[in-house]
Design a protein around this ligand. Structure first.
Ligand code: AMP
Length: 405
């Protein structure tokens, strides 16, 4: 099978592994959430066991968008050297670091690696060519290794030098997906190819405009689409409801009606929240009350799905064979407006227990499930918000295509 890491002979080979080590750091440069480091462990540990020489490559933050006042790159703040202690502790062996990701010295360093050694290179985004997918930068990177592995699912929707273009320098016997990337692709397949029905999709978050393509793809694949979060109010307003100051994309009202009409024609319900928790202002301590979603008083804004909607949404999930969740049901970052999201998280965990396959999109949905303490009770939480969204929209991810060709 193309892209299968286990099919490659990696012993004593220099293996470039593109990982996603874009982890959050505290002010004193300690890793505050090591999820992404842990995500890469299965691939790294396998390569160590197999006696490969491992060269880890990653981006870290946006150094070129946040230059120092003198116009220079902040080579300390955006250095991947800060993740070395946490990574070494996780893999249980010393990880070496080199402060560049290409060039003569980086090449020498990679040549000196022994079997099972791990070398982490500096932030690929110190080079402007990285995000531009510069072929010259990619060929320099390719010189570092005999084999290229892509395990950075979160960056797979970007045609960057280290995620996509570099793979063109390796033939099928010398490139593959890492285990995290493979796991993400396998789980996405479960909702895309022959999903167990009924297939219920739950969409939330701020904007309809971010989810249009996903809704269209789901009208094809899913049986029912449940909508919550800020995006619900564009639909409610489009149908003539009063939504006060709720988040609305006025230029998407027509599109919302078109999507509703298309869904009706296909006999696939788009379910909107009957009621909402409306607040006087966008603040954690705002006064709030439960009102019908189409009767939100002027000046007030819907910040969570209401009590009736929660019960109704839980009922819609009963008996589901497949559940996809992308986007919170409200402003879950504020305790007062996190209850709808939490209720849905519990309902998703419950149907999973009853045998449904549940896939949670990355980003805010993943954060919401973690916040609810239910991360272990769903089938799969994606590590890549944008990448998973594009995959579910039916798009090809450049980082994936580059490995398969
Ligand atoms: P997204 O990135 O599109 O998934 O949106 C996630 C963001 O949507 C979170 O930061 C939520 O606070 C926000 N959000 C969810 N519901 C609402 C709402 N009713 N009004 C305003 N923002 C919301």
């Amino acid at each position: 099978m193309k892209g299968d890491l286990r099919a490659l002979d990696v012993r004593n080979k220099k293996v470039i592994v593109r990982v996603d080590f874009n982890v959050p750091l505290s002010k004193d440069f300690q890793v505050t959430d090591d999820t992404r480091l842990r995500g890469a462990l299965p691939t790294i540990e396998y390569l160590v066991e197999q006696g490969a020489k491992i060269i880890l490559v990653s981006h870290f933050g946006r150094p070129l968008a946040k230059l120092l006042p003198d116009g220079q790159i902040d080579r300390n703040k955006f250095s991947l050297r800060h993740v070395v202690p946490a990574l070494s502790a996780l893999v249980g062996k010393e990880v070496e670091f080199f402060p560049d990701c290409v060039g003569e010295e980086a090449l020498q360093k990679s040549e000196q690696l022994g079997s099972g050694d791990i070398l982490l290179l500096e932030n690929t985004r110190f080079y402007a060519g990285e995000e531009k997918g510069d072929p010259a930068l990619a060929s320099q990177m390719a010189l570092l290794g005999d084999i290229y592995i892509n395990d950075a699912f979160g960056a797979a929707h970007r045609a960057h030098a280290s995620t996509t273009v570099v793979a063109n320098h390796f033939d099928a016997a010398h490139k593959a997906f890492g285990f995290l990337m493979q796991l993400e692709l396998d789980n996405a397949k479960k909702v895309q190819i022959d999903p167990k029905h009924p297939y219920v999709a739950i969409l939330g978050g701020a904007k309809v405009s971010d989810k249009i393509l996903l809704i269209e793809a789901l009208l094809d694949k899913a049986d029912k689409i449940i909508i919550g979060g800020g995006m619900a109010y564009t639909f409610v307003k489009a149908q003539g409801g009063h939504v006060g100051n709720s988040l609305v994309e006025d230029d998407k009202l027509e599109l919302a009606l078109e999507l509703l009409a298309k869904a009706e024609k296909l006999g696939k319900p788009i379910v909107l929240p009957l009621d909402s928790i409306a607040a006087e202002k966008f603040a954690a301590d705002a006064h709030y009350k439960n009102v019908p979603s189409d009767e939100i008083p002027s000046g007030w804004m819907g910040l969570d799905i209401g009590l009736v909607a929660r019960v109704e949404y839980e009922e819609h999930l009963q008996g589901a064979g497949t559940v996809l969740w992308n986007g919170p049901m409200g402003v879950f970052e504020m305790e007062a407006f996190a209850h709808g999201t939490r209720a849905l998280a519990r309902a998703v965990a419950e149907v999973t227990k009853q045998g449904a396959f549940s896939l949670i999109g990355g980003g805010d949905s993943a954060a919401a499930i973690e916040q609810s303490g239910l991360a272990d009770e769903v089938s799969f939480i994606s590590t890549g918000g944008g990448a998973m969204l594009e995959l579910l929209e039916g798009k090809e991810l450049p980082g994936v295509t580059a490995i398969l060709k």
